[in-house]
Write a protein that binds this ligand. Structure first.
Ligand SMILES: [Zn+2]
Length: 388
């Protein structure tokens, strides 16, 4: 990965470039910031730059432009770009899986990890990594076998580069016994060995790790850089996505990959019309016509998702807690206004009606009739719930 491929963070990158070019490279650095600010990607690009044998230095650079970059073409860069350089080591949170039932360590998953990182252009986060491992509900850790492997690698000679580079992603997931071993290593510099540690927040990090590493703190990506990047990626509705992402690229992509956006639009329209049913029969008929064009599976998906949304409205009404931060301002406004109709009693009735509709869709019922009836009945319930 070249610095050029990092989204934003230009000032920080230029500071790192200065450090490398003036031979002040620290033996242990900690890249700290939300996953979507790009800590892993930056550590990787930094490692590639340090190891590049043909560093590109740019002249007359303007504010916000890169001062230098790795070449992307030398033998070292070529290997770095497929994450397979003999002097580059990865350690990351892992756990037992179907394939590796016990004594698991990072090395067991290295192929899987490489493919995962490459598929996400190095913008990685723990949640999607656990999904990739197929262990959604289990937390990974960096265990003592990982620590032992890191120590063993210290004794290896460098093959091709000036430095051996150990990238340890998720150091906030270090288990106590492995943390102690790694702390010992960080205490003393080893010849030609760099440690690049990556963590999301300092609170879950051992203070001793903080004190033994040079801190590289990643701020949120600027809106400007984010916008420029998303436009190039062909993302729609960029302004909204940028506003909601708050400088976090992973959040931006979770919004653009959110297949529920259309469902939420529909949910809002449907419930607005249901509420004012008598004065908008023709509009409701039009909407029902549109909905009925979806396939059976999609109709079921939509109805199941509305159950989630009704429940979120209920939670908001009861506790004033907003559980989903992936909503646009319009969606959130609707949720807050609509939530006052979703009381314990109305939620129960709506659930029963919706579940009945799901059953009817499964039995190949007439979709237009199912949704029209649902709209009329939900309208009655929500109009009544506000009068009480
Ligand atoms: Zn190079």
């Amino acid at each position: 990965m070249r610095f050029e491929q990092i989204v934003g963070q230009r000032n920080l990158i230029n500071t790192l470039i200065d450090v490398v070019l003036s031979n002040r490279v620290s033996h242990a650095q900690l890249f700290l910031g939300s996953a979507g600010h790009g800590g892993f990607a930056l550590a990787l690009a930094y490692a590639q730059f340090v190891s590049c044998t043909n560093k590109q230095i740019y002249e007359d650079v303007k504010e916000g432009e890169l001062k230098a970059d790795s070449c992307g073409k030398c033998p070292s860069c070529v290997k770095y770009q497929i994450l397979s350089h003999p002097d580059l080591f990865f350690t990351f949170p892992n756990t037992a899986t179907k394939n590796v039932e016990k004594n698991n360590e990072s090395a067991d998953y290295i192929e899987c990890f490489r493919n995962y990182v490459l598929s996400r252009n190095a913008y990685i986060d723990l949640e999607s990594w656990y999904q990739e491992l197929g262990v959604d509900n289990r937390q990974g850790i960096i265990n003592v076998r990982d620590a032992n492997t890191i120590i063993k690698n210290l004794t290896l000679k460098t093959y091709e580069s000036q430095y051996k580079i150990n990238i340890i992603w998720g150091v906030d997931k270090l288990q106590e016994d492995s943390a102690n071993k790694i702390l010992k290593i960080l205490e003393e510099p080893y010849e030609n060995t760099l440690f690049l540690l990556i963590a999301e927040n300092s609170e879950s990090l051992l203070p001793t790790i903080l004190s033994r590493t040079q801190l590289v703190k990643l701020p949120p990506i600027s809106d400007e850089a984010m916008k420029e990047f998303l436009l190039k990626e062909g993302v729609e509705d960029v302004e909204n996505v940028v506003r909601m992402a708050g400088g976090d690229l992973i959040k931006a992509f979770s919004r653009t990959n959110d297949t529920n956006i259309e469902y939420r639009k529909l949910f809002i329209q449907f419930n607005r019309l249901a509420y004012v049913y008598n004065s908008s029969i023709s509009e409701m008929l039009k909407l029902v016509e549109q909905i009925s064009k979806m396939g059976r599976e999609e109709l079921k998906n939509y109805l199941n998702y509305t159950l989630v949304l009704y429940k979120e409205c209920f939670v908001y009404n009861e506790l004033k807690v907003d559980s989903n931060d992936n909503f646009t301002e319009e969606e959130r406004d609707f949720k807050i206004n609509f939530s006052k109709f979703i009381t314990p009693r109305s939620l129960l009735s709506i659930y029963k009606l919706t579940e009945k509709a799901i059953l009817e869709v499964t039995r190949n019922g007439n979709a237009k009739m199912i949704f029209l009836t649902l709209g009329i009945n939900i309208g009655k319930i929500i109009r009544n719930s506000v009068n009480k």
